[in-house]
Design a protein around this ligand. Structure first.
Ligand code: UTP
Length: 288
């Protein structure tokens, strides 16, 4: 039902300078895979086959990553290293990648609006912020869980998680009523509220399913916090007009836009890899 996934990736990633001076934040690797590849894998798992990337200046490495590298592939053909490219090769074959640029960093709402040219305005679409790396070991991916919920409610859905009260100022925060376990009907949303003014501690993270009418709402939304066009403000209007749900997802999210979250993700994936290596072969076969 959700075929297209938008990746706003035009941010400067200043928290990772100087690493992000000439390299996009989305290409920072957790072990051997860049952040954006984890995002694309999650989107494919949820049923998407069109990946629409909103990039900016200095982001060409993303385009190159999702393309065939003939020289490199020729060089390692027939060697033990060939397998290392199998996963990305599979993704390139399964998906179509489209790109546009956000010429000025005017906020996430603006970046999503730029994506209209890629995802069109007739179908619902997913949004993944690749710097939020999400996992749900052994279960459905976060976007897949949301796509399943979309089938039932057919409205905008944001992924949410409880955060400590002293951290709410870093997030878009929702106010809402629980209508089924872990699903909230949103009545209000605030971008980066002061800790003592937040309506709850349910914070929105970088996974959304949006209905195409959001574009018109964004077009009529004024710049908000930090002078940026905030998707939170557009969704607040949407919540007042219709239905926006917040979904408390099953799984774990790493804030790879921060150094601390990035290190946590790296440690997590390293432990998983080591566990996988030490598992008896019979167990690995069962999982396949
Ligand atoms: P962030 O504010 O976390 O990303 O935006 P940033 O600006 O790149 O990071 P810092 O704070 O300077 O380190 C969240 C997501 O929204 C995208 C970013 O690329 C990131 O994935 N974004 C944000 C845009 O694409 N365009 C914008 O104008 C703003």
């Amino acid at each position: 039902m959700i075929h297209k996934c938008l990746f706003p990736a035009a941010g400067y990633g200043t928290r990772f300078l100087p690493a992000t001076k000439a390299m996009p934040k989305e290409m920072l690797p957790v072990l051997t895979k860049p952040l954006i590849q984890y995002g694309v894998e999650e989107a494919v798992d949820a049923g998407c086959e069109i990946m629409a990337v909103v990039t900016g200046r200095g982001k060409r490495a993303i385009t190159d990553h999702f393309d065939i590298s003939y020289e490199l592939e020729h060089q390692i053909k027939g060697t033990s290293k060939e397998g290392l490219l199998a996963e990305i090769r599979g993704l390139i074959e399964k998906c179509t990648f489209t790109y546009t640029r956000q010429n000025e960093m005017k906020g996430l709402g603006d970046a999503i609006y730029k994506g209209k040219a890629l995802v069109g305005d007739t179908e619902p679409f997913a949004v993944i912020l690749a710097d939020d790396l999400c996992v749900n070991a052994g279960g459905d991916g976060i976007l897949k869980q949301m796509a399943q919920l979309y089938r039932k409610y057919k409205c905008c859905i944001v992924a949410a998680m409880e955060v400590p009260h002293e951290e709410v100022h870093k997030y878009g925060v929702i106010e809402g009523k629980e209508i089924e376990e872990g699903v909230y009907m949103v009545s209000n949303m605030v971008e980066k509220p002061d800790n003592d003014k937040a309506p709850s501690n349910l914070a929105v993270i970088g996974r959304y399913i949006l209905t195409p009418d959001i574009f018109e709402v964004i077009r009529n939304t004024k710049p908000g916090k930090n002078g940026e066009l905030q998707i939170t403000d557009a969704l607040k209007t949407q919540a007042e007009q219709g239905m926006v749900l917040a979904y408390k997802f099953k799984g774990r999210r790493f804030d790879c836009g921060s150094v601390e979250g990035f290190v946590e993700a790296t440690n997590y994936f390293y432990d998983q890899m080591k566990k996988g290596e030490s598992e008896p072969v019979s167990e690995k076969k069962k999982k396949k």
